[in-house]
Design a protein. Structure first.
Length: 303
């Protein structure tokens, strides 16, 4: 069945085949376009065998794989697929932990799989919406020089390279002073067991970044967290402490003009994506929060 454009992302199918149950993590992967791997299968109704169609359900409550009684807990229908492994391979005493168990032929949500030709050919790259916003906000042009000071694994850097037509984008360790048109700084959350909060590092990184941007150039500061200490607090410090030549500016596009109120009224100049905010289905802008674990973006100009 080929989905029609008017159906948007959601396609409705009838669940008439024997049920195959997967855990919640596997269910999330299916909603993102994945087939079902052996490790995610936790139950199969009688009547299902290799090369037969199955209706796939994600179990929203915890229980042991290979249950013998009918499951009566909460579920979420994910679509229909073709079982390509034997039942004993999935639920037997010696069961497979790897390999594709179900090919999703009728997924509820139409999303390209990482195994599709679009990904394999390099024509499609997975990136959450706020990460894509960063490169657009910087608005680097071909011929300008950009330095990515936190390139790992490089999704935003590659996006910038594409927008700039592969010109003058550096993601290397800085060993000499360089003058830049634009600079983008991305911070990240450090494991608490290995690092401190990362605040001192973020502050130091921002100070170095400001020194590298030439007058009239831009700096984008972004994190994948909602913590004010790593976001609004860092912005305030950069603006108030020894940097009179730094100014917070408007962003385009600006999907989430929110943050903690600042004394100077600059709250509307930053973007903050928080998945814990209440969600209204009719609010398309607020739906952006659910494509991230948390994100913050600020843009400065160096006078």
């Amino acid at each position: 069945m080929t989905p029609k454009p008017e159906d948007m992302d959601y396609v409705r199918f009838t669940s008439t085949h024997p049920r195959l149950y997967v855990d919640s993590l596997c269910g999330v992967a299916v909603l993102r376009g994945s087939d079902i791997f052996a490790g995610g299968v936790i139950g199969i109704e009688p009547g299902a065998s290799k090369d037969c169609p199955v209706s796939v359900y994600a179990c929203l409550e915890k229980f042991n794989a290979g249950f013998t009684k009918a499951y009566t807990g909460a579920t979420r229908f994910l679509g229909n697929g073709l079982l390509v492994m034997e039942r004993k391979q999935l639920l037997g005493d010696i069961h497979a932990n790897s390999g594709v168990a179900v090919r999703m032929t009728q997924p509820l949500v139409v999303c390209p799989s990482f195994q599709s030709c679009l990904f394999q050919s390099g024509n499609l790259v997975a990136q959450n919406l706020p990460s894509l916003v960063c490169a657009r906000v910087l608005d680097a042009q071909p011929g300008q020089t950009v330095l990515d000071m936190c390139c790992a694994p490089g999704g935003k850097c590659l996006h910038l390279a594409d927008l700039m037509q592969l010109q003058t984008l550096a993601s290397l360790t800085v060993s000499r002073r360089i003058v830049l048109n634009s600079l983008i700084v991305f911070s990240w959350m450090h494991p608490a067991a290995l690092w401190d909060s990362g605040l001192d590092y973020s502050r130091h990184q921002t100070v170095v970044a400001i020194k590298l941007v030439k007058p009239g150039g831009f700096l984008v500061y972004s994190t994948c967290t909602t913590r004010p200490e790593e976001n609004e607090r860092q912005v305030s410090l950069a603006l108030q402490i020894n940097w009179p030549n730094l100014k917070l500016v408007e962003q385009t596009p600006n999907l989430r003009p929110f943050g903690i109120n600042q004394p100077d009224g600059s709250v509307g100049l930053v973007q903050k994506f928080d998945p814990e905010e209440p969600y209204e289905a009719s609010d398309v802008t607020n739906a952006c929060n659910y494509d991230t674990i948390g994100f913050f973006v600020a843009k400065f100009v160096v006078a």
